[in-house]
Design a protein around this ligand. Sequence first.
Ligand SMILES: [Zn+2]
Length: 273
Amino acid sequence: MHTHAFADGIARHALDSLMSHMAAEYFTKFDGRLSTLVSQLRAHGFDRAVLCQIATKPEHFVPIMAWSKAILAGEFGEDAARMIIPLPSVHPADPERHARLAEVARCGFKGVKLHPYFQHFTLDSPDMLDYFRAVADAGLFAEVHCGYDAGFPFEEICGPRRVARVIGEVPSLRFMVTHLGGWQDWDEAARILIGQPIDIEMSMTVGMCEPSLLRDMLMRHPGDRIYFGSDWPWSDHAKILPFLAGCGLPQSRMEALMGGNAERWLGIAGGAS
Ligand SMILES: [Zn+2]
């Protein structure tokens, strides 16, 4: 439910500029190219991946839409067209946001990705609640970065408490919570969000969240509302999968986590294609 990638020509520059804001412990060894993402997915047995994109300025909507459509049209290969599920991004401060959200839906995309730090908003502000209502009205889901971010000061603008408030205030919104409810704010996420009827993705937790707490969260959350995510290239499937294999999750929970729930969320047919 959560990957990132860039066109070959800009991947290096994009990653270097992102890493210039991060501590070295978070650097990635991957090149961030779409072609590398596809080969990593294949190598680790994944059929599909959601590609999250972030418009850091309103005008980025246009190139992001063009690239998303080009992926589906096969311009980056048949495997990418079949395996990648792009999520475009409509900047919350875009004066044309309503028309843009409608365009995203009309073009057949299922949702939009949002990132409060890169897009400079507080998750549960009145303006954002209006934005989330517009996302729901367009028939889209919102996948939102939750918790702190490695590239920014630890200033709480999208933590678990705010996630709960958005879900409560906009019940019509299909909200995909990321990072098990709040990156580096997992005690709070475990207290407020885990076990609740919310949809939650687990990227950037393995190797970062204390393993017994992580296993407890993966076990305790409703089995039909928990989703695998890697945040590739910011983590390595080769490290996440062995951790999950050693967690002792019941097989049905594991299957739901590794794809069954995502197929239902995305409205796609199951299995390899
Ligand atoms: Zn991400």
